[in-house]
Design a protein around this ligand. Structure first.
Ligand code: ASP
Length: 309
């Protein structure tokens, strides 16, 4: 028996520190603490890493503060299209959905794909059918809508019309994710997102692509990413961290740092990752102003953080 470790993120699209009020900051810390506790409760009772990352991500999806599930961002057409992926480090079993709208918790839809089909990723009506067949809750558009994300879309579209691109991370993106090692030493990762504000309809980011935004393998690490998805895809961020550990003998910290700071950081890939290795070591590097995040190891106090402080 080993001890458990858990890390979560609520995205690297943080409100700029200069614009964050004390009240908002307190709300983000409280939201992160609730999600960490939801995941830790599973691990504390001897549950699996898979169940812990599912519970933590569901809680983050339910929080309107974060860009996933309720509170997801909007496409150029004013729709919400959600991506999610879960991966089991025991055998690399993976489930993913892309571009879906309806299930209250897209991460559960991803898990249903893994558990009830022979496929890894589903899109379109059949992804929803699988979620329905698994008995998952569905919600109306009103449930998912938040005024702040709608306003962010309008501002982004107005800026584009003036020929400007938004460089405010809070307006551009966000994502939620969790990685865990359970007491049996098994790893898992889960990530869920609305993607990027004003993305084209049908755009799929790194989140539901195993090896890019989500990855887990007991032999190396579990990773959940957040940031500029196109760059995470091109640099296969999650798989690259694992490959550096496996082939170059790097530690998790060295491998994750290299990918986040050099591969992504040097190529317009603003963002970060949370990751855990087989020893339960947690790392949470990011190359931008902040990343909503929290972590805990068995026997230690939970920590929530936003900026570099
Ligand atoms: N990586 C997500 C995407 O590109 C967005 C984010 O994490 O900010 O869809």
């Amino acid at each position: 028996m080993t001890t458990y470790s858990l890390a979560i993120h609520g995205g690297a699209g943080t409100i700029l520190k200069s614009k964050m009020t004390d009240a908002q900051e307190a709300e983000y810390h409280a939201g992160l603490a609730r999600a960490l506790e939801a995941g830790e409760a599973v691990l504390r009772q001897g549950g699996t890493a898979m169940d812990a990352v599912t519970a933590a991500v569901c809680q983050l999806e339910d929080e309107p503060l974060f860009n996933a599930g309720r509170g997801a961002v909007f496409t150029t057409e004013g729709q919400q299209e959600m991506d999610a992926c879960i991966m089991d480090g025991r055998d690399r079993a993976t489930g993913a959905v892309a571009g879906i709208f309806g299930p209250k918790n897209p991460i559960r839809a991803a898990r249903a794909v893994m558990e009830t089909t022979s496929h890894v990723c589903l899109i379109g009506p059949n992804a929803l059918e699988i979620a329905r067949a698994a008995g998952l809750d569905f919600c109306d558009p009103d449930y998912f809508f938040t005024q702040s994300r709608w306003d962010a879309l309008q501002q982004t579209l107005e800026m584009r019309a003036r020929g400007e691109e938004s460089d405010d991370p809070a307006r551009r993106h966000g994502t939620v994710g969790a990685v865990a090692r359970d007491r049996d030493g098994n790893l898992a990762a889960a990530t869920s997102t609305g993607g990027m504000t004003a993305k084209l309809p049908g755009r799929v980011g790194d989140t539901p692509m195993p090896g890019a935004g989500t990855f887990a393998d007991n032999a190396t690490c579990a990773v959940s990413g957040t940031g500029h998805g196109e760059v995470f895809i091109k640099y296969t961020a999650g798989a690259e961290i694992a490959a550096r550990m496996r082939h170059a003998g790097q530690s998790l910290a060295e491998a994750a740092d290299h990918v986040v700071m050099r591969d992504l950081g040097a190529h317009d890939g603003s963002g970060g990752v949370i990751a855990v290795d087989g020893d339960g070591t947690l790392v949470l590097p990011f190359n931008c102003e902040g990343m909503y995040r929290a972590h805990v190891r068995e026997g230690s106090d939970p920590v929530t953080a936003i900026y570099r402080d």
